[in-house]
Design a protein around this ligand. Structure first.
Ligand SMILES: [Zn+2]
Length: 79
């Protein structure tokens, strides 16, 4: 039995504060910290919120069972 992990989050749109289960969050890991972010839909106003995720947050979210999406960037167009 895995305990339910809740993540505290806040909505910049309606300024609501709430706790989200791991299933309500999504984590996208890009090539750099600038393209690494987590997102969720505000349960209060329905806005899609996207926030940058630092190393610590990434660890926290992945450890809590949040589904992670790895973004791959093609470098075929040259530099
Ligand atoms: Zn909201």
């Amino acid at each position: 039995m895995a305990p339910t992990v809740l993540f505290k989050a806040a909505c910049p749109d309606c300024h609501g504060r709430f706790e989200l289960a791991a299933g309500a969050l999504r984590l996208a890991i890009g090539g750099t910290s600038k393209t690494t972010f987590y997102s969720f839909t505000c349960p209060d106003c329905g806005a899609l919120v996207r926030k940058p995720a630092g190393e610590r947050i990434v660890e926290l979210l992945t450890g809590g069972g949040v589904s992670t999406m790895r973004l791959h960037f093609s470098s075929s167009s040259g530099e």
